[in-house]
Design a protein around this ligand. Structure first.
Ligand code: PLP
Length: 348
């Protein structure tokens, strides 16, 4: 019997378990645009409680959560400082420009996280020629940096700087629970340093759909209006919110398992010739694999792995990405390492 492929493309590929499907089936619902859906309200309360914020807003995707946050924090013509490698700069189809009329000021950081000193240099002086710097966007964990975790000290320095210069801070915390699991720093502490935080229910927490935007009640009130503007007002959406509640209650505590498996996988691969992995960046559930020394292109590598039952995604000119998640067990990790060993040993 051929084995199901080991799907390491993303932590978004998880399918709801029977228990989560039961929660979905049993959800009490109402029209959430009329604020009549008790399950959505419960999810929004729970998200605020867990993150230590005043209020939460359920959104269909992480991208919408980030874009609603930017739209709510800024005015047309403002500038937002972001990391060159951020999701917001790279993977949101120029949303800030299109939806908010905001110019992004990307800062190149290579293999480290964006620092307060670099942000300070990028803040515009008050001059009628210049855009107004309004917002700083941070990302934790950092996707393109291989799931790296932000240092809380650096985040505090950024918070202080933002306070002094009158800037707002938005956290793209798609995987903030992974950051917390790796650092042992409470999610509340990360969120307390930011004016708004987005996190995904549809990644490590295993829900089929959905993300949360959390922050102060006044901000979330305005964000709710902007969510409607972007087409994110949904009706009996408690059936999906129920999956989010389930994920928050049952799947946060198991994230260290994903981190352990990603580590095990990365260490296994690092012993294979012609594979390069920077083990220092493997801090959470993401592994970035450099295949340059194999002489194969990224596309050729992916095809060979796929033929042997392992799915990954292209990540850079010479790199691919693998992600551990709820549907990957120890056996899958062993299997994936052995497939990489086989594929890379047959290359000449
Ligand atoms: C996945 C992700 C998002 C966007 O989430 P979607 O639900 O896919 O739109 C935003 N930021 C980061 C860092 C992500 O990894």
């Amino acid at each position: 019997m051929p084995h199901d492929p080991v799907d390491l493309r993303s932590d978004t590929v998880t399918r709801p378990t029977p228990e989560m499907r039961r929660a979905i089936a049993e959800a009490v619902v109402g029209d959430d645009v009329f604020k009549d859906d008790p399950t959505v309200q419960e999810l929004e309360r729970l998200a605020a409680e867990i993150t230590g914020t005043e209020a939460g807003l359920y959104v269909p995707s992480g991208t919408m959560g980030n874009e609603v946050a930017i739209l709510t924090h800024t005015q047309r013509g403002d500038e937002a400082i972001v990391d060159f490698d951020s999701h917001i700069y790279n993977y949101e189809t120029a949303g800030p420009a299109v939806l908010s009329g905001v110019q992004l000021a990307p800062i190149r950081t290579d293999n480290r996280m964006l620092r307060a000193a670099e942000i300070e240099e990028a803040i515009r002086p008050d001059d009628e020629h210049l855009p107004i710097t309004r917002l700083i966007c941070l990302e934790n964990t950092h996707n393109r940096k291989g799931g790296m975790v932000y240092s809380i000290e650096e985040m505090r320095r950024i918070r202080d700087l933002a306070g002094k210069r009158g800037l707002r801070v938005h956290l793209d915390g798609a995987r903030i629970f992974n950051a917390s699991a790796a650092s042992d720093i409470d999610v509340k502490e990360y969120c307390s340093l930011c004016d708004s935080t987005m996190f995904c229910l549809s990644k490590g927490l295993g829900a089929p759909i959905g993300s949360m935007l959390v922050g102060g009640s006044e901000f979330i009130g305005r964000a709710r209006r902007n969510r409607k503007l972007l087409g994110g007002g949904m009706r009996q959406v408690g059936i999906l919110a129920a999956a989010g509640i389930y994920g928050l209650r049952h799947n946060v505590g198991r994230l260290p398992e994903d981190h352990r498996r990603a580590r095990q996988f990365a260490e296994g691969l690092s012993r294979i010739d012609r594979i390069d992995i920077d083990l220092d960046t493997v801090q959470t559930n993401i592994v970035v694999i450099d295949v340059e020394k194999s002489g194969l292109t990224v596309d050729e590598t992916i095809l060979l792995l796929e033929k042997n039952g392992v799915l990954v995604v292209p990540f850079g000119r010479t790199t691919i990405r693998a992600v551990a998640h709820l549907d990957i067990d120890d056996e899958d990790v062993t299997q994936a390492i052995s497939v990489f060993g086989k594929v890379f040993s047959t290359i000449r």
